[in-house]
Design a protein around this ligand. Structure first.
Ligand code: FES
Length: 152
C-alpha cells in the first residue's frame, strides 16, 4: 500500500496552478497586443501623404487668377510677389471661398469671412488664414512661364 504525501500533492497542484495562471496571463497579453497594436498605429502614426501636383498651363486669365476646385492660383506681380496659391476651403466651417476681382479679396459666401489674396484673414468668423500651397514654374528655353505647378 502506497501512502499519499499531502505536502507533495499540494506542491504539484500549486505548480500546475502557477503554469495555468502564467499561460492565461500570456494569452491575455497577446490578445491585448493584437488589439492595441493596430489601434495605436492607426491613432499614433499618420502616413505622410504624397504631394499632389496640379499643373496649370500658362498664361493665366487677364485677371491673373486661376480658379481651381481646390485652390486659387495668383500669377503674382514680378519678383516682388511671385506666383502663389491658397486653399479655397474656408477655415471657419469649410465652405468654398471665391475671389472677388472687383474688391481684390477672397470672400466666403457662407458667413462672409474675408481674406487678402495671400490668404490672410481680414474679417469674419474665420479665425485662421487660408492655407497656402507652394507653386513652382516650368519655363521654356526663352524663360517664359509655360506651366504653373501647384503642390497640394
Ligand atoms: S464657412 Fe466661411 S465664413 Fe463660415
Amino acid at each position: 500500500m502506497v501512502a499519499n504525501n499531502p505536502r507533495k500533492d499540494s506542491r504539484v497542484s500549486q505548480g500546475r496552478r502557477t503554469i495555468l495562471t502564467r499561460g492565461v496571463q500570456w494569452l491575455g497579453a497577446l490578445l491585448a497586443a493584437t488589439i492595441l497594436y493596430p489601434l495605436l498605429r492607426f491613432t499614433g502614426h499618420k502616413i505622410p501623404s504624397k504631394p499632389r501636383l496640379i499643373e496649370i498651363a500658362a498664361p493665366l486669365p487677364l485677371s491673373g487668377v486661376h480658379i481651381h476646385h481646390d485652390f486659387l492660383l495668383f500669377a503674382g506681380e514680378g519678383e516682388e510677389q511671385p506666383p502663389h496659391a491658397v486653399s479655397r476651403i474656408c477655415t471657419h466651417l469649410g465652405c468654398r471661398v471665391n475671389y472677388q476681382e472687383d474688391k481684390k479679396l477672397i470672400e466666403c459666401p457662407c458667413h462672409q469671412s474675408r481674406f487678402t489674396p495671400l490668404g490672410v484673414r481680414i474679417s469674419g468668423p474665420a479665425e485662421k488664414n487660408l492655407p497656402s500651397y507652394e507653386v513652382s514654374l516650368k519655363k521654356d528655353a526663352e524663360g517664359r512661364i509655360t506651366t504653373y505647378v501647384v503642390h497640394l
